[in-house]
Each structure stands twice: as C-alpha cells, then as structure tokens.
Design a protein around this ligand. Structure first.
Ligand SMILES: Cc1ncc(COP(=O)(O)O)c(C=O)c1O
Length: 400
C-alpha cells in the first residue's frame, strides 16, 4: 500500500471541528442539538461586501490575482492598520492570504527549522501547535491560569524562552478564554521580548474588535515600537466582518519576513480569490459602525450566559474582556456520575456526556491545552443560548 507522510503523525483533527461535526450528525438524525462549539459569528456578511464581490466578478476581475494580494486590498489594509492600530505598513510589508490560518501556516513554514521552538501562551487556539509541528518545530506551552485572568505573566514568558525559541505567539482577545491584555500587561510582555532580539513575535489580532465594557484593545507593535521590526501583525475578515467562508486573512510585518512568507504563499496557493479580495476592500474601507453594534450584541450574550453559569453549582467562570467565548472550570464536578451512569473524570468526559445526554455541543479544555475546563461559544442567538444554558444546568444538576 502507498503510505502517508510521517509529518501527519503529529497533526490532529481540530476538536472543535470534530464536535461541530458530531452536532451536525445528531441534527441530521432529527435530534434537536444546541451547538455552542463553533467559533463562527452567526451574523451575515455585510451586504456591501457581497455587492462589491458581485460587481468585481461582473467587471471581469476573475483572473489570477497577484500572489501577495491586489494593490487595492493592500492599500485598504494599510489604511486599516493605521486607523485601528496606529501602525504604518507599506504595501511591500503586507501580505494577503486565504484566512488568518493560512497566514500563520505560511509564516511558520517560512521561518521554522526542525527543532525550533514556538512559545504559545495556553490555553490557545487549537491550530497553533499543529501548525508548528507540521513545520518540524516544537510548540512550548506557557500556562496562563484562571488565577491570572488567563493572561501571560512576564516571568512565565521569560522562563519559557531558550536559545531555540523562534517565535512568541500572542492572541488576546484569546480563543478559547476571551482574555485580552491591557496596555500595561502588553508593556510587561514587550519588556521581556526586548531582551530577546532573535525571537519573532506573531500577534493574532483576529478578535480585536470584539472587546467589551470600554476595554481598549492594543497590539504589541504599537505598544512597543522598538519591537516593530520583529512583529508580524495578523488579522482577517472572518470574525470581525462575519466572513468565515470567504477565506481572507492578512498580515503586516518587516519586508524581509513578508517576502519569505510571500514565497511560501506563492507556492501553496495561486493567491487569494479576486472576488474575496474585492469584498474585503469594501468592508475595510466601508462603514465601521457595524463592529460596535455587533460587539454590543455579543456583550449582552456574554453577560447573559455568565449570569446563568453563575447559578450552576460546580461551575466557575471567569469574566472575559473579549472574543465570543467563555471558558468555565468544571473542577467542582470531577468525580461525579451523569444521569446515564457516565463517570466524569476529565473535561472530555464532561463534554461528551453533555452532548450525548442533553445534546449541547461545547469543546473540552484539553483541546486547547488546559483542563478541567470547557469552551462555550456564544456566537449564537439568545434563544439558543437560553436553551443551551437550561440544558447545561439540567445536566449538572443531574450529576451525582
Ligand atoms: C485565534 C484564531 N486565529 C485564527 C483563526 C482562523 O481565522 P481564519 O478564518 O481567518 O482562518 C481562528 C479561527 O477560529 C482563531 O480563533
């Protein structure tokens, strides 16, 4: 038999995708499932993006694109970085790709040699570690505990850096905890990184517009301009503009790094869809009010679910600053037994019993590198959230 490559042995299917699939399977059998597992906005793509895509297609903008992004989109991204982050990037410092995921994948492939270490504050988005392993690198987790608001402490970061460290990855607001760093906290991280001049810093700012209660988002290249030459600032259209299916991510960084990433990008894609790029220009240059309007809706949902969780014995949940996730601890429920007789030893046991018995899909903390927790995505309607919370409460009160 022909075989698959050894490099696949270390790469797993994402647990959130697996849970979403399980929920779909149950639903296709007619079961009423409440899905709180998917990290995807439930809003529609703004109509002006769809109109711009339609117009571009009709106008014949349907040929191979430049490999690193259309001039029009790169100019719009430069304006976005200036407007939202006070960062100056020239077009040669910007790259467009098929989603934030592809940007990060290409960046790691362009920089990591086998054995290079990537420091990942954890819990963290599932794909980081797999992408690093794919490139032959070594993910190094730094625990960001609930007691520290799931944020990265400067001392823990310092202790994790070795002569093999190639990258520090930052992702605040964070998937899966929703934690975001204040300017003061970011300054402390930057101070550590100033002492390590051979380490790149990737900041995944995908959730930058999803912060609540007047919290002010900040990003490291702006907070500490002396790091600007080592920072890759990654962002995209998926979460902010509800454009997950369009596949659009982008980054700004030093020319030398961008040209390396562009090289990889040009080999694993023929550039990003011209239609998608036209839509992205429209949302980046268009009215930005919808970001605040949607953030206000997310904040109400967060507060609603937090309130409900607070009334469930055995769960404790930190109040996060942003994103659309909650990450409750189930420490108080470990060792109990569910209604159908399943013993809850781990957070994986918990989410599996929860979907099978109450048909609520969530994701185990273990998938993000921290237990015993589970991730709830509140990027869904109030009705579904209310139903989901009722079922979680019922599940927990049935535990013996
Ligand atoms: C932290 C984080 N980064 C990147 C991505 C990927 O985004 P995109 O859809 O742009 O590939 C996700 C998606 O869930 C995410 O949570």
């Amino acid at each position: 038999m022909p075989t698959l490559a050894d490099r696949l042995k270390n790469v797993s299917v994402s647990a959130s995708a697996a849970m979403t699939q399980r929920a779909r399977d149950l639903a296709s059998r007619g079961i009423d499932v409440v899905s709180l597992s998917s990290g995807e906005p439930d809003f529609a793509t703004p109509p002006h993006a769809i109109e711009a895509a339609h117009a571009a297609a009709l106008a014949g903008d349907t040929k191979y694109p430049p490999l690193d992004g259309t001039p029009a989109l790169k100019a719009a991204i430069a304006r976005k970085f200036k407007r939202d982050n006070n960062l100056d990037y020239e077009p040669s410092q910007i790259l467009v790709s098929g989603g934030g995921k592809q940007v990060i994948f290409n960046a790691v492939l362009a920089t990591c040699n086998p054995g290079d270490e990537v420091v990942i504050p954890s819990p963290a988005w599932i794909s980081y570690a797999d992408i690093v392993r794919f490139a032959g690198g070594v993910p190094v987790s730094v625990a960001c505990g609930q007691e520290n608001g799931f944020k990265l402490s400067a001392d823990d970061l310092e202790a994790a850096i070795t002569p093999r460290t190639k990258w520090l990855f930052l992702n605040f607001p964070n998937n899966p905890t929703g934690a975001a760093c204040s300017r003061k906290e970011m300054v402390a991280i930057a101070e550590v990184m100033l002492r390590h001049p051979d380490v790149w810093i990737m900041t995944d700012d995908m959730y930058e517009h999803l912060v609540y209660d007047d919290f002010e988002f900040c990003t490291i290249a702006e907070v500490e301009p002396r790091l600007y030459d080592r920072v890759l600032t990654v962002n995209g259209a998926s979460k902010a503009y509800a454009m997950t299916g369009w596949r659009l991510g982008f980054c700004g960084g030093p020319k030398f790094l961008i040209s390396g990433i562009s090289n990889v990008n040009g080999q694993n894609s023929g550039g990003t869809s011209t239609i998608t790029q036209a839509a992205a220009v429209a949302v980046l240059d268009g009215p930005q009010d919808l970001l605040k309007e949607r953030a206000a809706i997310y904040r109400r949902r967060r507060d609603f679910v937090l309130d409900r969780l607070a009334g469930i014995e055995g769960l404790t949940c930190h109040r996060p600053e942003g994103a659309f996730y909650l990450f409750p601890s189930i420490a108080g429920l470990i060792g109990r037994t569910s209604k159908s007789g399943r013993r809850i030893e781990t957070d994986t046991d918990f989410v599996m019993a929860l979907i099978d018995e109450q048909h609520v899909a969530t994701v185990q903390g273990a998938a993000y590198g921290m237990s015993p927790f589970f991730r709830i995505s509140y990027a869904t309607s109030m009705e579904k959230l209310a139903d989901g919370c009722d079922r979680i409460a019922q599940f927990c009160s049935d535990l013996r």
